[in-house]
Structures are given as structure tokens and as C-alpha cells.
Design a protein around this ligand. Structure first.
Ligand code: F42
Length: 145
């Protein structure tokens, strides 16, 4: 098992710590929005290290939609490149932890459907997309058979 390298961002690191330490009872929402968050554990594409990224919880049946919005920044978050190379992830949703397989959804119809779910779960995604010229990457994480 590789080493865990925490996020360089203090608030992100703190959220991961609290979420995991409490067994998914605390630190499960985005700041004061009250909206639920999941923790995606994945593998660094250069370091091979364990990385943990909190993301908004967007459900599609038994699957999760992962949105590479990073607040509408001009560049993709780094975790996007990690998932493209290493698609096996672990997702913690409160107390439930599952190994999942991730794939990027790029076809127009598939993307449009997932984007609707994402915006319904977290409306600011729409502003984030309007803020940036990049197409915000979307992934679907499905349970491993
Ligand atoms: N970000 C989103 O994009 N979408 C969300 O829905 C979202 C929700 C959310 C909710 C709660 C919360 O606390 C944070 C939330 N965030 C959300 C922010 C998210 O958790 C990430 O912090 C953000 O998306 C930035 O991701 P990032 O992967 O770019 O993180 C940076 C800060 C980072 O950790 N950089 C590392 C570093 O050391 O600089 C690199 C980590 C890494 O993966 N390195 C790779 C490796 O091999 O280990 C190599 C990377 C390469 O160069 O390819």
C-alpha cells in the first residue's frame, strides 16, 4: 500500500481528516451549504501515492457523478489526470465505503444527462462552467462487479 499524501490545501485536508476520523458522521457537508460531500480515494498518476479528494455527492442510481469543476478555475483539477490513468477508486459516502470503477463521460447525450444531475445536486456548477472556457470534465463512478 502506497503512502497517503494529503492535499496541500488546509481546508480540504481538514475535511478529509474529520470525515474519515468520525467514520463518516462529521465533516460530510460543504462548509455552510449543508450539501453532502463524498471522499474519493485515488492514485497519483506520477507519484503512485494515495490521494484523497472531497467532491460533491451527485448520485445516479448506485453510481456517483464526479465533477471536475474546481470552482470554475481555468485548468482542470489534478485529480482528473489521476482518474484518467488509474480508474479504480474508493468512494466514501458517509459510513459506506466502496471500491468503484470510474470512466469519463464525453458523448453529448451522456454528458447532458449527468450535467443535469450535477446541477440539481449543486447549482453553483452552472456558474463555474460559465466562468471558464474549458469543458468541465465529468466522470461516472460505478460499483465494481
Ligand atoms: N472540487 C471539484 O473539482 N469538484 C467538486 O465537486 C468539489 C467539491 C468539494 C467539496 C468539499 C471540499 O472540501 C472540496 C471540494 N472540491 C471540489 C475541491 C477538491 O477537493 C480539490 O481540492 C480540488 O478539485 C483541487 O484538486 P487538485 O487535485 O488539483 O488538488 C490540488 C490542490 C492538489 O492536491 N495538488 C497536489 C499537489 O501536491 O500540488 C497534486 C496532487 C496529485 O494528485 N499529484 C499527482 C501524483 O502523481 O500524486 C501528480 C499530478 C500531475 O502532475 O499530474
Amino acid at each position: 500500500m502506497s503512502d497517503y499524501i494529503p492535499s496541500p490545501r488546509q481546508w480540504v485536508r481538514d475535511q478529509v481528516d474529520l470525515y474519515e476520523r468520525s467514520g463518516g458522521r462529521e465533516g460530510t457537508t460543504l462548509r455552510d451549504t449543508g450539501l453532502p460531500v463524498i471522499i474519493v480515494t485515488h492514485t497519483g498518476n506520477k507519484t503512485g501515492a494515495v490521494r484523497k479528494t472531497p467532491l460533491m455527492r451527485v448520485k445516479d442510481g448506485a453510481s456517483y457523478v464526479l465533477v471536475g469543476s474546481m470552482g470554475g478555475a481555468p485548468t482542470n483539477p489534478v485529480w482528473v489526470y489521476n482518474l484518467r490513468v488509474n480508474p479504480t477508486v474508493e468512494i466514501r459516502d458517509h459510513a459506506a465505503v466502496q471500491t468503484m470503477h470510474v470512466r469519463e463521460v464525453k458523448d453529448a447525450a451522456g454528458r447532458a444527462r449527468l450535467w443535469k444531475l450535477a446541477v440539481a445536486a449543486y447549482p453553483p456548477y452552472e456558474e463555474y462552467q460559465a466562468k471558464t472556457t474549458r469543458r468541465i470534465p465529468l466522470f461516472i463512478a460505478e460499483p465494481k462487479p
